[in-house]
Design a protein around this ligand. Structure first.
Ligand SMILES: NC(=O)C1=CN([C@@H]2O[C@H](COP(=O)(O)OP(=O)(O)OC[C@H]3O[C@@H](n4cnc5c(N)ncnc54)[C@H](O)[C@@H]3O)[C@@H](O)[C@H]2O)[C@H](O)CC1
Ligand SMILES: [K+]
Length: 487
């Protein structure tokens, strides 16, 4: 599938499994270095190159790439952090193939360079850059030199994309066999630039044996289960979403309801305060709008099992009334989405939710709402979303430029297609609507959250700068046409 994301430890297992399967380490390194050289040849015209090698196998890749570029007539200078004699294993083997001078790692090696190849640290980074490594990274930035990073930009932590101390901004990063979280989570993703994934001959069966639990979000993950309308279908077979409408912030539920319809829900009902029924009805002819003056009226709407998916939160106003409606929805066998004001209504009191939630429910907090409900959990966004999903029993979609979807069973997907234009009022309401619309059609919680997040990103890219939330549902038909064409 190649959308799996391997942790640094899993990548090490893959390397070892490949060697156990008869692919020697030097062959892996030779192929890695060749992929680096090929990427440089493809992207840049011949120019003086400064190859910066670290003391481990990342440096080994650099030695191989330097040798291959020099063979193609590129002027190459190579600088090493540490001594050649200190190199071990595959890196020592790679260095033996470099017969030109090995310079000390100092900023002077950058003089006249048109390209820098950063082979200082990769999977073995274990602490913030310091000393000569930090100095030369700073100088590369000051000189704004084009940079090709080997595996990851040095200083970026493979498992979460965090920057330890400092790290250069790469134009291109060549990584091997499978991408790591650092290539999709921020800030790592931004520092990597374009990521080239190179096959270094690790047998595919190796990944199956590792059975990774993290993917980059995309149609290959859930497309086979996308609920396309069937010829024999009708609106009642495409589910019925119930959206709780607010009395004041009516736009949120209207955006969500429209998005749910665009996502393909057969019917959408907005449960509205009586005084707002006309407003909702006028703005959404295809939605059913029913008055729900109190909790009992809302529960009466919930009691109809055809209303199989429920969205609560957007524009509902935090407090006891919303909490009561949420618990009423959870008391019935429904799927649904909890968003926005729900997290304030249950701030610090996850227990009542966790007792009733299951994995056909999706929570869609942004960072602030996440902390309000789950507290300041440690670790990366992947770690935190996973911990929250495990704690509450529902799928947790932690919104951001690198939205993470996590299932209570440990699966997680990172979404990388969201443009910054999506950071606008109402965008989250549309996302919640997309997800409840997909749930209504029978997608499971993890698939619906992943597909919703991806469609949301694609709609955002389709509209682009100047985007307002109202544009997003309208952009969906074109996105779905492309999704269907590519299926
Ligand atoms: N067969 C394989 O495993 C392949 C690996 N590939 C490349 O190898 C690197 C991983 O190499 P490794 O030796 O494990 O670590 P690094 O080269 O990333 O780090 C070297 C070494 O540096 C020390 N160190 C860590 N952090 C710092 C720091 N901040 N300052 C100074 N020194 C530091 C630590 O001791 C590390 O061990 C992987 O990224 C690939 O590029 C091949 O490409 C494929 C086969
Ligand atoms: K590197």
């Amino acid at each position: 599938m190649a959308d799996e994301l391997l942790t640094v430890a899993e990548m090490g297992r893959a390397d070892r499994a490949a060697m156990a399967a008869g692919v020697p380490g030097p062959v892996l390194m030779e192929r890695a270095g060749a992929a680096v050289a090929a990427a440089a040849l493809a992207r840049w015209s011949p120019c003086p190159v400064a190859v910066l090698c670290g003391p481990g196998n990342n440096g080994g890749d650099g030695f191989v790439a330097a040798h291959l570029l020099a063979e193609r007539g590129w002027p190459v200078r190579l600088a090493l952090l540490g001594e050649v004699a200190a190199l071990r294993g595959d890196a020592a083997w790679a260095a033996s193939g470099w017969t030109a001078p090995v310079e000390r790692l100092e900023t002077g090696v950058l003089d006249g360079a048109g390209l820098v190849i950063d082979a200082l640290f990769g999977a073995g980074l274990s602490r913030p850059l310091d000393g000569p490594a930090a100095d030369i990274v700073g100088e590369i930035g000051r000189r704004a030199l084009p940079l090709l990073a080997v595996d990851v930009p040095s200083g970026v932590r493979g498992d979460d994309g965090a920057v330890l101390g400092c790290a250069p901004r790469a134009d291109l990063t060549v990584t091997f066999h499978r991408r790591k979280p650092a290539h999709v989570l921020l800030p790592g993703r931004l520092l990597c630039g374009e990521v080239v994934l190179a096959d270094i001959g690790i047998p595919d069966g190796v990944v199956e044996a590792i059975a990774p639990r993290t993917w980059e979000n995309g149609p290959r993950l859930w497309g086979a289960r996308y609920p396309w309308p069937r010829p024999e279908g009708h609106k009642y077979s495409r589910g019925h979403a119930l959206v709780l409408g607010g009395a004041v912030m009516t736009g949120a539920a209207r955006l969500a309801a429209r998005a749910a319809l665009r996502a393909g829900a057969g019917l959408v009902t907005i449960a509205a305060p009586p005084e707002t029924v006309t407003l909702y009805a006028l703005s959404l002819p295809s939605a059913i709008v029913l008055p729900a003056p109190d909790g009992a009226a809302f529960e009466a709407l919930l009691d109809d099992p055809r209303r199989n998916a429920v969205l609560l939160g957007p524009g509902a106003g935090p407090g006891e009334a919303l909490a009561t409606r949420v618990l009423a929805a959870l008391a019935r066998d429904r799927s649904g989405v909890l968003d926005a004001d729900v997290f304030t209504s249950f701030a610090g009191g996850l227990e009542p939710l966790a007792l009733r939630l299951h994995d056909r429910w999706v929570l869609t907090p942004h960072d602030g709402e996440f902390v309000r409900l789950f507290g300041p959990l440690p670790g990366s966004r992947l770690d935190r979303a996973r911990a929250a999903a495990r704690a509450c029993g529902a799928v947790v979609l932690l919104k951001g430029a690198d939205t993470v979807v996590a299932h209570p069973d440990g699966r997680a997907a990172v979404t990388t297609n969201a443009p910054p234009d999506l950071a606008t009022a109402g965008s989250g309401d549309v996302l919640a609507g997309l997800i409840v619309g997909l749930l209504a059609q029978g997608m499971d919680g993890f698939d619906a959250a992943c597909a919703g997040a991806w469609l949301h990103g694609e709609a955002g890219r389709a509209v682009g700068p100047g985007l307002i939330a109202e544009d997003l549902p309208e952009a969906l038909p074109a996105v779905l046409r492309r999704l269907k064409a590519d299926a």
